[in-house]
Design a protein. Sequence first.
Length: 258
Amino acid sequence: MVTMKRNFGWQDSIRILALVSLPVLAGQVEPTDAAIAVFSDGRTMKIESFDVGDDRARLSLPGGGTLVVASSRLDRILDDENLSIPDPAITAGNPAALAVSSPGRLRFRTGASVAFSSIFDDWIVGLSAKHDVDPALVSAVVKAESAFSPWARSSKGAVGLMQLMPATADRLGIKNRYDPVANLDGGIRYLRWLSDRYEGDLELVLAAYNSGEAAVDRFGGVPPYRETVTYVRKIVGFLRDPNFSFPPRNLTGPASGR
């Protein structure tokens, strides 16, 4: 079944806000203690709840009020939960904890394979070779993001194998985020771009994939968001495997395994 989509402008937003009783806004709104909306221009905003669709996102603001924006303007939504005690292995802006990897460490190497096997192995290896990214890293990201389900959709609006947000998909030219090949191609290209930006620094690449490069740049390292630190440690834990093309850094403390 083909679903027709319409791009919403600011005039549509005003009409929607004025007619909140209409069924079109009766979608599932995700309540949260606190969250941070990150926009595609790098700006952030604290929100209380959200409803992210393919075309528009409805954000409930602290103290009342609602903002409706095009989903293509919303880069991602993060849990607003900072670590009260700095992580000993991954700390924002701590160069001692984040030793820089060489730029080639995340690149494709002859004979490289996936860290997790799935029906998408051939596509992951082929597209990783095309974009010069290590397929073990790609498979670990897919494992963490969607557990290899092309139909996965998060409450925050991320879709597909590599959980692309509408803004990221738009930036990468991906028209159908549920298309597994297109989703993989876009996610791998994004990983390659981040690898170039952060000179192959594994933790910074992963942190930016989760929280956005604006957050990584703002904090000068891995942001102190619990969600992001947990995400980085989880994937680094996945990659403590002889199939990976290079040994990850020896991060202290427990990490997620398989």
